[in-house]
Design a protein around this ligand. Structure first.
Ligand SMILES: *[C@@H]1O[C@H](CO)[C@@H](O)[C@H](O)[C@H]1NC(C)=O
Length: 257
């Protein structure tokens, strides 16, 4: 829950002084109303911007307010993933939108080398992201096709907001491909059915709206396509999350590669 604080704080601290001065002087109130309208407009803009696939900062600042971002969820889950995967976090590939934010955060972790694949677009990325792209740490790649890495290039592959957008036909190509580049396993963050994102009909960036399948659907799919759940990791993730009072906003699947 603490992750929502950065969003609420500006609105709260802005609101209190406004109310105070309103009582003192009626003369300034038109100005204040304009100010409030502007604040409202900015929040609304931010909201719609993020729904249409806005920048990392905007999306992050309003993350959790009914719009799901599993990429943001990956960032929240890093401490737990570290506890669960230990040494398998030494060389991580993240695949998903806003991968630069995840790569930056993972790289701050001791003993973790992070790489990223951005499946959608990198056009409006910030300078930090451009830097990661220039260094070849983050790449733009269509995950429907073979990823530009050798087999077992990474100890762990973490995927968010990516497989949700693929039809079973492409899932059949992409999943083995993700598994191919991973030595120790795959962690898939997928949206829950019924989350707000499902109602976004037009997400130009993603090509089509997310399908947001149920856990039953995914488990059946994994079984059918020969993937095995990493039961030990799944169990430890559940236990660690409970201990840290962390409740993921996304479905998290742990697969062996
Ligand atoms: C995907 O692969 C599974 C298992 O090989 C197969 O049963 C299924 O028909 C495939 N789906 C599509 C759409 O190709």
């Amino acid at each position: 829950m603490s992750r929502r604080v950065p969003f609420r704080r500006p609105a709260d601290s802005g609101g209190i002084p406004l109310v105070g001065s309103l009582n003192q002087k009626t003369k300034t109130s038109p100005l204040l109303s304009i100010g409030l309208i502007v604040v409202g407009a900015i929040l609304l803009l931010g909201y719609s911007y993020s729904r249409s696939g806005g920048s990392t900062t905007l999306r992050e600042s309003i993350g959790g307010e009914g719009i799901s971002s599993c990429t943001l969820e990956v960032q929240h889950a890093i401490p737990i993933l570290k506890k669960v995967y230990g040494d398998s976090m030494r060389k991580v590939l993240h695949v998903g939108p806003d991968t630069c934010s995840v790569v930056s955060k993972l790289s701050n972790e001791e003993g973790t080398e992070a790489w990223g694949v951005e499946p959608y677009d990198l056009e409006d990325s910030d300078s930090n992201c451009k830097n990661l792209v220039r260094k070849g740490i983050v790449r733009a790649a269509d995950i429907k096709f073979s990823l530009p890495y050798r087999p077992k290039s990474f100890s762990l592959v973490i995927v968010s907001d990516a497989v949700d957008y693929l039809s079973p036909k492409y899932l059949n190509k992409t999943m083995p491909n993700l598994a191919r580049v991973s030595a120790d396993g795959l962690v898939i963050f997928a949206g829950y059915p019924g989350q707000h994102r499902a109602k976004v009909t037009e997400l130009p960036k993603f090509g089509k709206p997310a399908k947001l399948r149920s856990a039953t659907w995914w488990m059946r799919y994994f079984l059918q396509t020969g993937f095995e759940e990493n039961e030990a990791a799944a169990k430890k993730f559940g236990q660690t999350a409970a201990k840290m009072s962390y409740k993921p906003n996304c479905q998290v699947f742990h697969l062996t590669s």
